[in-house]
Design a binder for this molecule. Sequence first.
Ligand code: CAA
Length: 380
Amino acid sequence: MNFEFTEEQLAVRDAAREFAQKELLPGVIERDNEQRFPMEQVKMMGELGFLGMMVDPKYGGGGMDTVSYVLAMEEISKIDASASVCMSVNNSLVCWGIEKYGTEAQKQKYLTKLASGEIWGAFCLSEPEAGSDATSQRTTAEDKGDHYLLNGNKNWITNGSTASVYLVFAQTDREKKHKGINCLIVEKDQDGFVVGKKEDKLGIRGSDTHSLGFTDVIVPKENRLGTEGEGFTIAMKTLNGGRIGIASQALGIASGAYELAINYSKERKAFGKEISQHQGIAFKLAEMATKIEASRLLCLQAAQLKDKKKDFSLQSAMAKLYASETAMYTTIEAVQIHGGYGFVKEYHVERLMRDAKITQIYEGTSEIQKIVISRALLKE
Ligand code: CAA
């Protein structure tokens, strides 16, 4: 593994850092309070190329590598995880899926707009009764010859109300179990498609998480991604890459909280000296920094393997598991180091602590990552 960054990768990281500080930091507390989607800022992210970073430039993307994506995700997540989840879903789940499995017509029609940031998308796998157990899809896509008739409900959908294009997973042939699942590209304004309830969440409150309803939605066959019954494989392979995005988000949340904590500990005095000079605080900082560095190396390892076109599913699950646990640990300690100030909104660390929690849940809970990791280990 080579962890020396190229000039291009460093330029991407610096651009993301500058954007986050200048455009995302102002108003981040208010957006969290009001559960307001960072619309203006996400549009700017699109214009700057952060929504389609790895897509081939011929389809409007940035043509960058996954390492650059990790660096950008970390910087943006340090400041606003509600904006970075929109970025992660569009890059890793929606653009990647269409670029990898889409027909040329699908790429021209959808990917070009998604990758250039003109619009963004949503990935609709979870259902009221199919979260971790993703093969149990109840949503149906009945084969009607030249089209599918889509019926069912999806839950917890990131970008639920602001997306324009939705990748919807649905069961066509129940007898074939997961081999009977299809992935359909659905547009927002299609008849029978309703954006439902907005979730009132613990964290990433600026992100628009909705339930979705589909009643007799007619989806033409040309909108199926991949071959008949390939939907579940598409979901799993897409999530392998998505987990690098969420691991990097967790890394950013952790490193953002750590930076705030170390700065505060050097300013705040107690018992006649800066609190960083007390071993109780210094040891917390040492542990936070070590776990963050380990998370960063795991993210970069998974990203490099992906860039080298090698199997990275084990490493992305390890990165997601470890970075999300680190985000939770680090943000709790950052609040503790801030004492009473950590418990109020103005100091940012309480928001980071609330935002950290979802990284242990979405795109596969920590328990699911352990299933993926242990199965890979025991297979060898
Ligand atoms: N990569 C590639 N293929 C995989 C895979 C992986 N990581 N994991 C499973 N598969 C394949 C298997 O090889 C198998 O294929 P074959 O039948 O062709 O051999 C098929 O998928 C079924 O796998 P299993 O038999 O292992 O199925 P299972 O039911 O025992 O377990 C699971 C599957 C891994 C637990 C899966 O259900 C899973 O990943 N669940 C978590 C779902 C998830 O991450 N949801 C996130 C929602 S999206 C989201 O959060 C986005 C957002 O908004 C932020």
